[in-house]
Design a binder for this molecule. Sequence first.
Ligand code: SF4
Ligand code: SF4
Length: 74
Amino acid sequence: MPHTIVTHVCEGVADCVDACPVACINPGPGKNNKGTEWYWIDFSTCIDCGICLQVCPVEGAIIPEERPDLQETP
Ligand code: SF4
Ligand code: SF4
């Protein structure tokens, strides 16, 4: 199952972006509710490897489920 970046928990650190082996993590437009940059995962490309979750320093920003209700996708 694809992973999800919770839009309003992400702090835009972007450690996940370079770590993703299939380059499916993309920047979102504008700022989230925290006032930071935010990223989103392309569910159709994600291979569910879990590396993004391991490298993300922000508790709860990435969850190992497909949750389109928590992740904004431009
Ligand atoms: S999901 Fe985590 S590592 Fe990725 S941009 Fe957001 S805070 Fe940074
Ligand atoms: S689970 Fe793997 S493939 Fe999916 S977004 Fe995270 S690092 Fe990329």
